[in-house]
Design a binder for this molecule. Sequence first.
Ligand code: COA
Length: 715
Amino acid sequence: MFDKFFKPQSVAVVGASARPGKIGNSILVNIVNYGFTGEIYPINPEAGEILGLKAYPSLSAVPDNIDLVVICVPPVAVPGVIEDCGRKNVNSVLIITAGFKEIGHEGAKLERDIVKRMKELGIRSIGPNCVGLVSTEAKLNVTFASSQAQARQGNIGFFSQSGALCVAILDWAMLQGIGFSKFISLGNKADINETDMLVALGEDPQTQVILGYIESVDDGARFMQAAERISQHKPIILAKSGGTAAGAKAASSHTGALAGSEQAFKAAFKQTGIIRANSIEQLFDYAMAFSYMPVPEGNSIAILTNSGGPGIIAADAVEHSMLKMASLLKDTIDGLRPKLPSTAALYNPVDIIGDGDHERYRIALDALLKDDNVNNILVILTPTATARSAEVAKVLVSSTAQTKKPIAATFIGGYSIADGAKILVDAKIPFYPFPERAVDAMDRLVFYKSHKDRVASRTEPYPVEPKTVDKLFAEALEKHHNELGETEARAVIQAYGFRVPKSILATSVEHAAKVANEIGYPVVMKIASPDILHKSDIGGVKVGVGSPEEVRETYHQLVVNAVRRMPNAEILGVLVQEMVKGGKEVILGMKRDPQFGPMVMFGLGGIYVEVLKDVSFRIAPFTVEDAREMVNEIRSAALLRGFRGEKPVDMDAIVECLMRLSQLVVDFRNIIELDINPLIVFPKGVQPIALDARLAIERPEEAVGTKIWKRGGRF
Ligand code: COA
């Protein structure tokens, strides 16, 4: 489908203009100047000639077939042009025109109307409200970007939801010598969207690195499927803006309060191996790293420098990354010792000291390239009278030609390093002005490598009881309850294999005393009401109730508290529950994200969970490896691994609970929010136990039906 966009034999520009300064003129100038060898048809009511090309009054007047139509006429004229495309059997259209969805109601309607009509006519379109596209392979530049910023041929396929960013990145790339295979401004993505483009670039042989800027994703499940498959063979680097806590509004569970759309994107990117750029600067830095450097064999890095400070800064940055400082082989150190001054540092960072010249750089770099313990190299230069940047840059150029190890350069300075920087840029050696940025970019190469190497194990679904859950949901909906009470919520998770404490609903004081005897002392007592969600807040929970007398007293007290604080609440009685001793509290939860579907949360439990926000998220369904990462990536994971002689908790048991929860929320798409809080976890040998659970479901008629991501699936 994208051949007509990327490799058209003929292009018509509707709205082509002879008047310089008009968009219809700039586009035509770019097409001609960039060297497109196919047919070019300017379309203009005045016809005549534009830029020496015969112009036609309409598409219908063109005698030949047209592969690609570019529309740059005012919005009101666009529907007419679409009809003309239909008559001419054109099926690929690029709409530059602005004035659609982005301007409000009326524009949105016009956009919907033209999309509907294009669908009927079998037309696929990019835009509207876009800058256009470049296909270097076809020598096609249908953009109105500055004619000075002509994309060079290269291996990056770039797409962007922001037109402004498109022209900025083109301009920057010119200066950096960065080249593109394809370059696409998506605009309003009324038809072709980010996932279509991901797939197109994933299949494009000229594209080795996919770079993009997105603000939203239309279909999270499809996006993740595509990204997961493509990132196995091509790195995907995306800048994503618009991360807000909007999703947290109106949430009634802890998970709901913590799970915003930003968290969903973070999780989706992590799971599918997408490299996230958090700023435009990072987008540029990573683009250079992935475009120029090979994926490393491993994560060890050697730093070569002529000054201590920047070497240490780089080593510090390594400390906070997935990279690790390489420990150099004895042979490397012994080989360097006689060749470098006695004051040089021979260990990593290798410091050839302030009077080092390019020969010293060559000696040290050669040694590091030969060292099998070194997977990545960062060469730092601060300009001195002896270390001339151009000479050092030439050393790098000759050395990188002979290696498969990623090598990046940081020449710190301005005026004195300009010559060297130019040599590096021309030779396609990634050049960063500061060591932290170089380390950050190289760290992302390592992340990508580790994601590619990750073998996702397939797990069989657990034998569970979905029928029980069906029944519980049906009963709740019959009673018009969207939120399940504690007893029902616990029964739901129990049906999916969670251990829950023995608990019995007591409906009178005497009944409570009787069931407490059956359960065994001490017990926990909780007010039972479908209307009271935060029981502790109203004095509705008492732990450690140790005798029949205390049970009777507590029953009374809990009911009084509830009646006083929530007079309208329906009170079913008091839940008498086995008291669990020891263990550590964690929280498991889920919130359905409108774009990505079920988003599962893990964190340390307790009342501070919303304040500390020390939680991790993944989109279900996820793998055992994802679940393990989730547990390990929270800041307080060390507390679970055993602290000051404490026994570690059973991490595998937590992973199993997460997998069971993933299964539950994938099976039941009508669960919109869920908290298992706390889940008490113990050292190996004792099964975790879910003390409390809360769960909200959607009525079938309200169901938004977010699609579920199918792992490893094709589409
Ligand atoms: N078929 C062929 N040509 C047509 C036409 C039609 N149906 N309707 C108009 N034209 C011609 C006009 O005669 C004019 O040619 P001329 O210069 O020889 O007179 C040319 O097309 C352009 O029409 P005009 O009415 O002058 O519009 P414009 O150039 O001022 O604006 C757009 C047109 C598309 C550039 C403008 O509507 C627009 O959307 N601008 C913003 C684009 C943008 O920012 N995109 C997003 C970037 S992120």
